[in-house]
Design a protein around this ligand. Sequence first.
Ligand SMILES: *Cc1c(COP(=O)(O)O)cnc(C)c1O
Length: 399
Amino acid sequence: MKNEKINRPNFIPENTKDWSLETRVSHIGRRTKDDFGFINPSVYHASTVCYQSSEHMRTRDGAYTYGLKATPTMDALTQSLSELEGAAGTCLQPSGLSALVSPLMAVLSQGDHLLMSDSVYQPTRKLCDDMLTKFGVEVEYYDPLIGKNISRLFKHNTKVVFLESPGSQTFEMQDLKSIIKACKEKNIITMMDNTWASPVFYAPLLNGVDISINAGTKYLNGHSDVLIGYVSANEALWPLIEHMNYIQGLHASPDDVYLTLRGMRTMPLRMKQHMESGIYVARWLESREEVTQMLHPALESHPQHHFWKENFCGANGLFSFILNEYSQDAVDHFIDHLEFFGIGFSWGGFESLIVPFDPRPYRTATKWEHKGQAIRIHIGLEDPDDLIRDLEKGLNRLA
Ligand SMILES: *Cc1c(COP(=O)(O)O)cnc(C)c1O
């Protein structure tokens, strides 16, 4: 046994390229033969890895070295995610937010210029304003609808353009193709928070983005019981991302990693249902006179519907809408007595949720002009007709 090489396992079968997504999520991330015939991989709770000898410790290439870096449980998930993302590598984080912090910190240095979408997930904004600027990064917000004119904002020190499409809560769809092309021409790194689409509906790296960021907390895990994030990178950036992730001491718990792997098995199936029910409810809401505007990228009425069609192969169950002008009391009355919609942040679980929001206080590059209350809802896996009946009673309470 002395110095016999123990290599890290491969969790991806051969020829997955010929398989559809549904088939891949069923068969990647497990090694049934090596797990005594059991379908699922076992969960390693681990810190220390013992080497077979001092010499083995010196020449440890290919082996596990420490639980913080990798375990077979982590490999099952990260290899699966790299497969779905078309990435050179993927690292796990304790939350989606931490998956935003880690690559921005890895890539940016003092004096670099960062272009950040004005409709970005709000905590990303706080990360920029309260931390990156403190470290000397120049942060500039841009209109998410800027398209190819992004190049007019490029400076000699522009290092990263950050994308998120649709915009968090407000659902602006970016002209991803033009922005990615403009960045490539100038060797500017693109990062994208792809939580809304997930690799099921858009694969950033396969479309030329350098770093793909995801809150696995949402649809990947899909059951509102885990916080996890991941970062996938291309060949050129993966060594940096992996190293910087390690020295920040980031780690996701083995049980959460396992639950996320379990969530992955049904993610395409769940997302298809979320999409179908979401569009069904959105079309119904669009027909209601209490609603001024729908913000659902898959509806023809969305102003950037064409960018959704051009880039994405689906939509999920999350969208927003604007009400006519009603008093705060009336809006509260609508929301507070819904039977099936929880009032709460996050989304991507099996249950429906609703949150009123107001982007006016934090926008800087663009203005939010809508006067009525903006509301975001997540359509869960309940029967959409039950959800519509619930919303109908709610909208009737507005009057
Ligand atoms: C929820 C969310 C995150 C953060 O994920 P957490 O796991 O809740 O930290 C990041 N980006 C987007 C777009 C999100 O919706």
